[in-house]
Ligand binder design. Structure first.
Ligand code: HL5
Ligand code: SIN
Ligand code: MN
Length: 270
């Protein structure tokens, strides 16, 4: 459950860390079922692929589905976050990027912290992203690609592009790096895309440059991303705050469950 010093060092060095098969098959099955249910819930938290009916992303499923509410406190995920960020963390953002078969669109090259500083005045990059593979991820279904070490260069872009692609959230297109910036960074850093079985987890920095290609395979690539933030690093808005489904408002420090999320839900003693 706890990261070794070597894993911690690798996270700081590369900006991401793969934990192979961290969750089991039965757990993933229950998370998938819960996602299918959550996709039926109408509302602005459900973002569609451009010009299509298919779901591109769903936000804040942990507000509606018990499995996800428990998962955010699962010791296998929360303990590593405590090790990387400190004891007092809460969920700042929770999303599932669905990347449906035959046409799940790309996510442009970007840094998350650029979005959160622009949209939410987030003071510091004191976040850890925990990405959970809800499907097997391979080279065919649009894995996330990282530029290793790019989180150590700070923000490449401070501003936002003229185009706002989505009214509901900031799409990476709105803050994308341009081709010259990307080419220069890749020249120095290279590219890596962690792959693995469903249930694998990738921890990644809010400052690392990342993106992903469209999914032209017949398989889905549902990726859950939970962003934990330090409770002393809160967002603020001069005017209208961003919606609660994009920026969660419960900033109470999360305490780890005594057992795994499914056992906790089913009342199995630790
Ligand atoms: N969609 C997020 C938001 O805060 C920002 C993106 O991957 C994170 C860029 O609206
Ligand atoms: C993706 O789902 O491929 C992109 C992840 C992200 O930037 O949020
Ligand atoms: Mn991102």
């Amino acid at each position: 459950m706890r990261l070794t010093q070597e894993q911690i060092d690798r996270y700081h060095e590369d900006g991401f860390l793969l934990l192979d098969s961290a969750l089991g098959a039965q757990e993933i099955e229950s998370l998938r079922e819960s996602f299918v249910r959550d996709c039926q819930v109408p509302g602005p938290q459900r973002v569609a692929e451009e010009g299509r009916d298919e779901v591109r992303a769903v936000y804040a499923s942990h507000h509606r589905q018990a499995e996800y509410a428990a998962l955010v406190r699962d010791p296998r995920l929360l303990e590593p976050v405590h090790q990387l960020l400190g004891d007092d963390v809460y969920i700042y953002q929770f999303k599932i990027n669905a990347k449906p078969p035959f046409g799940g669109e790309k996510w442009s090259w970007h840094q998350d912290f650029a979005a959160w500083r622009i949209a939410d005045n987030l003071p510091a990059p004191r976040q850890v992203n925990v990405a959970v593979f809800l499907d097997d991820v391979d080279e065919f279904n649009g894995p996330v690609i990282f530029l290793p070490g790019s989180h150590r260069d700070g923000l490449v872009n401070e501003g936002r592009n003229a185009t706002a692609k989505s009214a509901q959230h900031l799409d990476p297109d709105d803050i994308a790096l341009n081709e010259q910036q990307l080419a220069a960074l890749v020249g120095r850093r290279g590219m890596e895309s962690p792959k693995g079985r469903a249930g694998s987890v990738v921890l990644f920095s809010p400052e690392i440059v990342h993106g992903s290609a469209p999914n032209m395979s017949p398989f889905p690539r549902r990726l859950l991303i939970m962003t934990y933030n330090d409770t002393s690093n809160l967002p603020s808005w001069p005017g209208e705050p961003r919606p609660e489904y994009v920026v969660c408002r419960d900033t109470e420090p999360l305490r780890t469950l005594d057992t795994t999320f499914l056992d906790a839900l089913e009342g199995v003693p630790a």
